[in-house]
Design a protein. Sequence first.
Length: 324
Amino acid sequence: MARIKRVLVAGGAGFLGSHLCELLINRGHDVICLDNFFTSQKSNVEHLLSRPNFELIRHDVTVPISLEVDEIYNLACPAAPGHYQYNPIKTMKTSLLGAINLLELARECRATILQASTSEVYGDPEVHPQREDYRGAVSTLGPRACYDEGKRAAETLFMDFSRMYGVKIRIARIFNTYGPKMHPFDGRVVSNFIRQALANEPITIFGDGSQTRSFCYYSDLLDGLVRLMENEQDFVGPVNIGNPGEFTILELGKLVWEILGKEARFIFKPLPVDDPTRRQPDITLAREKLGWNPKVQLREGLLRTIEWFREIELDDFRAPTPNY
């Protein structure tokens, strides 16, 4: 019989965090969801409140907290550009102070702690596809730096806590992820495209649409995170978790229109500052160390995500910031 663990999910009411809480609860673990609800909604975990092995705490990770836990997943940070740029100093504090506070908690509890890092640590990459040993091309001065540099510094903190105090750490570099429970107004490309197309509005393309991304369905991503957390070889990472399928933004837009059976319509706007031109993970390390491979292809994942968008009421979702 598998051991029941006490698991803390920081950022647990967000898109990925809420799915992770549900997955861990269904595996029988005791789950504490920690969230300040800045860009998330309580409705994401409302259906879990009656479960005896679930607890919800409203708390900001920039403030220390004392709990008894066996594992910590640190997913606490705004991840959409419009959200993390809304208050860049708060974003940096969340990455840095949040990492320090949760690492101190892990040290105190002797817990294993996983950092949800990001492909943004590679910046606008000069190496393609991106391998974990690539150090990145990140602007320290641009509008995306609060997130990019915050996540890079958090990785440094994780490694230093491991070296100095022996804290058991894991570092996952997450590439673009999508699926049900995405905030409709998070400003990300998948949610924007689906929301606009369902409203029969032209899809907004920034730049000429030739920039590329790789899109991972949420269930595949969570499988990778849990495999990393639970690997018995104590493989630390960093490790890329993402679907290596590479698509241009224009191809994504055309696929959304095709699935909806509507004539494709687009409007084009200038590309934002420091927006990466190419993004594709090399997942060789994840395959070798974790036995992980994504299973859900883009068309299938979009079909499921569009179906969820059809079922929700947009008025039930507040826009977390004016930037979406």
